[in-house]
Design a binder for this molecule. Structure first.
Ligand code: HEC
Ligand code: HEC
Ligand code: HEC
Ligand code: HEC
Ligand code: HEC
Ligand code: HEC
Ligand code: HEC
Ligand code: HEC
Length: 417
């Protein structure tokens, strides 16, 4: 008895809310004299179906930017509005800034997807699932918009998805303008220009800007526990993932929009999404120094760690907090001025940087204790030897050309003549 009534109510709320939220729908249909009656439209469909040839089924639960940005030539701002209506709610008080903090509204889809929005699918049309959590007309909550990477919410969920975009960030243009003492609000952006070059700038010192955007993730600090998960008792000297291995990368607009906003006059402004976000062609061949099985054996479940580890292209075992690494300038290993953040190959750490000024892992002779010297010797003796000092997966492969080349050339013998 309750059921039919509720069904009706559901259908009503759905229609009512869609109509309510989408004035363009009303005017568009009025001008073409089509009566808005979603239920009826759906009912006329079976007859049509019989004559049209079968097209491949479109999955309306998986929105693709390629279809819309490249195929339909839609601009970002035809869907994404900034600031979003909820920008003052997702971040409170001083932390709030004019951000794109919610999904596009129905009006940006309806001109093309009226049929999918009114499809008779239970419990709700599949297309709703791109933005709404429960796919049910009674629960209208939406996922946390992915740009809110730094916002934690006890109730709102995040949607698992692989981004179609890469971030284009020119390091060279920012090294000297991003300072440590950034205020949280963007109301006085000129105050942000801490002139780092005027500070006493030691040659090769870490620029003050790096730690604004990259911090050590889960550092060991003063804790006596160095491993992320409990290693087996038999571990010995074998590799097990330690705290302080990874550096963070920005996961929101919080830092960027302190300078890039509608008022500062510093291009790109917030609405120019496509200057910072570029559609990527997925590269399935990118090999990483990462072993999924090993990560599973170590019970690593932290999403950030898995994301960073699986993107390591140089040295999967390298730990930022390890040994003397924290005392070195970031620039001695990362040549950021040559970075193109859309092309991982340009961000590789050259093997010679493992040698440092004092030799460190690359020494004049093997007797001086260089790890690379030792492993090269072993590999020469036995091709089955696995190099584990710096690598997780690469150590089983052939030695790349640049490894022996990184060895210091012995001083030429003086010719006795
Ligand atoms: C047709 C409407 C539409 C257009 C045009 C559009 N978007 Fe989106 N965008 C969406 C929807 C819907 C979502 C949420 C669903 C999803 O994440 O796939 C989204 C999510 C995103 C995300 C998070 C998901 C991801 O893949 O990283 C980013 C980033 C994004 N949009 C950037 C852009 C940029 C940059 C442009 C312009 C080049 C753009 N969008 C154009 C509708 C659109
Ligand atoms: C200018 C017309 C247009 C607009 C506006 C538009 N779409 Fe689409 N969309 C299409 C076309 C064309 C396709 C290809 C499949 C089809 O013909 O339905 C498509 C496909 C899709 C698909 C299937 C997967 C894919 O992306 O290929 C989803 C999901 C989708 N759209 C969601 C949305 C949402 C959500 C919005 C609003 C935020 C939106 N679209 C806005 C034209 C549009
Ligand atoms: C492209 C993302 C997107 C899709 C797809 C989408 N919605 Fe929404 N929906 C929103 C946003 C954003 C709002 C809030 C609009 C506002 O605040 O004005 C909203 C609001 C609503 C509301 C009003 C309640 C409220 O909290 O304001 C209902 C009901 C609703 N959506 C149902 C649906 C249903 C049913 C579908 C599928 C047919 C659907 N939505 C598809 C983004 C979406
Ligand atoms: C000044 C550069 C810049 C501009 C302009 C910009 N973004 Fe971003 N955006 C970033 C950075 C940096 C991140 C954090 C890195 C990341 O999550 O990939 C980010 C993250 C995001 C994310 C989360 C991405 C993910 O896959 O989880 C979304 C969604 C997003 N931005 C949407 C937009 C939209 C929509 C616009 C335009 C209204 C926009 N951004 C404008 C730089 C920018
Ligand atoms: C204003 C923020 C900002 C500052 C300052 C900054 N970076 Fe970055 N960095 C980024 C962003 C954004 C990316 C791209 C992340 C991505 O691909 O999503 C990045 C990427 C990187 C990467 C590559 C990460 C990877 O994917 O392998 C390294 C290494 C790096 N930065 C080092 C540095 C160093 C060293 C400095 C100081 C000279 C620095 N960064 C200053 C924002 C910043
Ligand atoms: C001794 C060399 C060395 C020093 C010094 C160093 N890094 Fe790294 N960094 C690496 C290596 C090696 C990787 C892994 C790169 C890969 O495998 O693709 C890395 C990766 C990164 C990444 C990507 C995330 C990750 O951990 O995989 C960021 C961001 C980064 N470093 C920032 C910094 C910053 C900021 C500093 C200075 C505070 C710094 N690094 C100092 C060697 C170094
Ligand atoms: C302290 C202020 C400041 C912060 C924070 C900042 N930027 Fe910038 N950004 C600038 C300035 C100034 C320029 C112009 C540099 C120039 O033209 O030489 C610029 C330029 C850019 C450009 C355009 C470069 C070009 O070729 O036109 C991009 C893209 C960009 N920033 C992205 C970002 C992203 C992404 C973030 C956050 C991760 C960020 N910026 C954070 C000040 C900042
Ligand atoms: C002191 C640290 C260190 C040691 C020891 C080391 N490597 Fe590397 N390896 C690196 C770094 C840094 C890179 C990234 C730069 C590059 O591609 O050469 C790298 C890259 C690689 C690559 C990827 C090359 C590519 O084309 O992407 C392979 C394969 C590799 N190493 C194999 C080995 C083998 C085999 C050994 C043992 C003989 C070894 N490495 C010892 C630091 C090390």
């Amino acid at each position: 008895m309750k059921l039919p009534y509720r069904k009706k109510l559901v259908a009503f709320t759905l229609e009512a809310s869609l109509l309510f939220l989408t004035p363009p729908l009303i005017s568009a249909t009025a001008s073409t004299n089509v009566v808005i009656e979603p239920q009826k439209r759906v009912q006329t469909r079976p007859a049509k179906k019989a004559v049209t040839p079968k097209k491949p089924r479109v999955d309306y639960s998986k929105f693709s930017h390629r279809t819309h940005v490249e195929g339909q030539k839609l601009t970002c701002d035809s869907c994404h509005k900034v600031p979003s209506k909820n920008w003052k709610e997702v971040r409170k008080a001083d932390a709030a800034f004019a951000d794109v903090s919610d999904f596009p509204e129905h009006s940006s889809c309806l001109n093309c997807h009226r049929r999918q929005f009114f499809a008779r699918e239970r419990p709700a049309p599949v297309i709703c699932a791109n933005c709404h959590v429960n796919n049910s007309p009674r629960d209208t909550s939406r996922y946390l918009f992915p740009s809110l990477g730094d916002v934690s919410d006890p109730i709102l969920k995040r949607r698992e998805l692989v981004s179609e975009f890469g971030v284009s960030f020119p390091h060279d243009k920012h090294i000297d303008v991003v300072g440590l003492n950034l205020p949280h609000t963007g109301d006085n952006s000129s105050a942000l220009f801490v002139n780092v070059s005027l500070q006493e700038k030691k040659k090769d010192a870490t620029p003050a800007s790096c730690p604004v955007c990259h911090q050590t993730y889960q550092p060991q600090g003063n804790s006596s526990e160095e491993y992320i998960t409990k290693p087996p008792k038999t571990l010995g000297d074998n590799f097990w993932l330690k705290k302080g291995t990874f550096k963070t990368i920005p996961n929101s607009h919080t830092t960027c929009f302190t300078c890039h906003n509608a008022d500062s006059g510093i291009a790109p402004e917030a609405k120019d999404c496509n200057v910072c976000h570029k559609l990527l062609v997925p590269d399935g061949n990118q090999k990483a120094d990462f072993d999924q099985k090993l990560a599973a054996d170590m019970a690593i479940t932290d999403k950030f760690i898995l994301a960073r580890w699986s993107r390591r292209l140089s040295a999967g075992a390298f730990r930022h907090e390890g040994g003397e690494h924290p005392d070195l300038s970031c620039m001695s290993c990362h040549n950021v001025t040559a970075f193109n953040t859309l092309d991982p190959q340009t961000m590789k750490v050259p093997v010679r940087s493992c040698g440092g000024a004092d030799g460190c892992h690359i020494t004049a002779t093997s007797d001086d204790g260089g790890a690379l010297n030792f492993e090269l010797d072993q590999k020469k003796k036995d091709p089955a030897f696995v190099c584990t000092k710096c690598h997780v997966a690469f150590g089983r492969e052939l030695v790349p050309e640049d490894h022996p080349k990184a060895m210091p050339t012995p001083k030429p013998k003086v010719n006795p003549s």
